[in-house]
Design a binder for this molecule. Structure first.
Ligand SMILES: [Zn+2]
Length: 349
């Protein structure tokens, strides 16, 4: 899952600490063999792993940046470098069989690389068996291999694994940098870019996904449902809930998935909508508003709902997100949520 095809450290947005760390490591020519990259998805962890692969394997680097033209650089840029291995969960977990296969591959010398780089995506999804097997590899890695574990945070990893890795934390990205990048690289109009950047919680990967035409169309549909809600009868509101539960795809996690937008994306958007209204209600700073293209609607809504009603709406949406993630029956979740939201709307000054 690569959101953008970064190859050099200098192309990565933000993450100055991580980049500084790797500059030092390379300058001193003492390359640790295992790293733990922490941070949410879509902020440059895999891109940094690729940049590191290219920097370490380039035949003619200058000032620690790869040349971009030697055979190694070209292979990495073409996505067919045999010594860059990325392992993703098979379903919910990274399984023991995947780690065994990795260990087998690592027991052979790299195909052509000086350093072979192996990335474990969502390393915290390793089963206990897989983690124990991987621990042995971490303790005695075959020479010429670099192991990178990507994880949101290290709490779900074995402490014995964490302690054997060099920790490299990655931060959520600043809104302005993401907005500029989306305008420059994705040719997005500035308003859409800003909406996506503000709603992405610092994840460029997520912002890119939100700039997708399919997502933008869905967003309009989801917002128009919310706008209609106060005027519906209880029966029609229930009907809407059933329709949404059946029509929208249920996903285990909207932050990880790059596929079709679904129910969780909708609930996240709805949460952002109520947060926006709350900002207007308490006269908070307008740069906190995400859905800037609906400012008039948001202000109007702020007049017809109490702060308490807004907080309960937000809690209802958050609860629905958790329930969908826990795979509770989506029809039940949506019926409960929509009826609650409808009850809370338009009842207080
Ligand atoms: Zn090169």
């Amino acid at each position: 899952m690569f959101f953008y095809w970064v190859m050099r450290f200098s192309d990565i947005i933000g993450q100055e600490k991580a980049k500084g760390f790797f500059r030092r490591v390379m300058l001193e020519k003492r390359i640790p063999h295992a790293y733990l990259f922490t941070g949410i998805a879509g902020i440059g962890k895999t891109s940094t792993a690729r940049a590191l692969t290219m920097a370490l394997n380039c035949h003619n680097p200058s000032d620690m940046e790869p040349c971009g033209v030697c055979p190694a650089c070209r292979q990495i840029m073409g996505g067919n470098f045999p010594d860059f291995i990325s392992i993703e969960p098979d379903g919910q977990n990274i399984r023991i069989e995947q780690i065994r296969e990795l260990n087998r591959r690592l027991s052979f010398a790299p195909v052509s690389a000086i350093y072979r780089v192996c990335v474990l995506q969502q390393a915290d999804s390793m089963t206990g068996e897989a983690a124990n097997s991987f621990l042995k590899t971490l303790e005695e890695p075959p020479a010429g291999n670099i192991l990178i574990l990507n994880a949101v945070e290290p709490l779900n990893l074995l402490p014995t694994i964490v302690s054997r890795c060099q920790r490299v934390p990655f931060q959520p990205l600043p809104v302005d940098a993401m907005t500029q990048w989306l305008v420059r690289e994705k040719k997005m109009d500035p308003t859409t870019a800003m909406i996506a950047a503000r709603a992405s919680h610092g994840s460029l990967g997520r912002a890119i996904r939100m700039c997708d035409k399919q997502f933008l169309t869905k967003r309009d549909a989801w917002i128009s449902r919310l706008l209609k809600l106060p005027g519906l009868s209880r029966g029609d509101a229930l009907k809407m809930a059933m329709e949404l539960a059946v029509k929208e795809k249920v996903k285990a996690s909207n932050y990880r998935d790059s596929g079709e937008p679904g129910l969780l994306d909708m609930l996240t958007l709805w949460g952002g909508w109520y947060r926006d209204i709350l900002v207007f209600k308490v006269r908070g700073p307008e740069n906190l508003i995400t859905n800037v293209d609906f400012t008039t609607h948001l202000k109007e809504a702020a007049r017809s709902i109490s702060i308490e009603g807004l907080i309960h709406s937000l809690l209802a949406v958050n609860q629905a997100e958790r329930d969908v993630q826990r795979m509770v029956n989506p029809q039940l979740v949506m019926a409960n949520t929509i009826l609650k939201l409808q009850r809370l709307r338009g009842d207080a000054p």
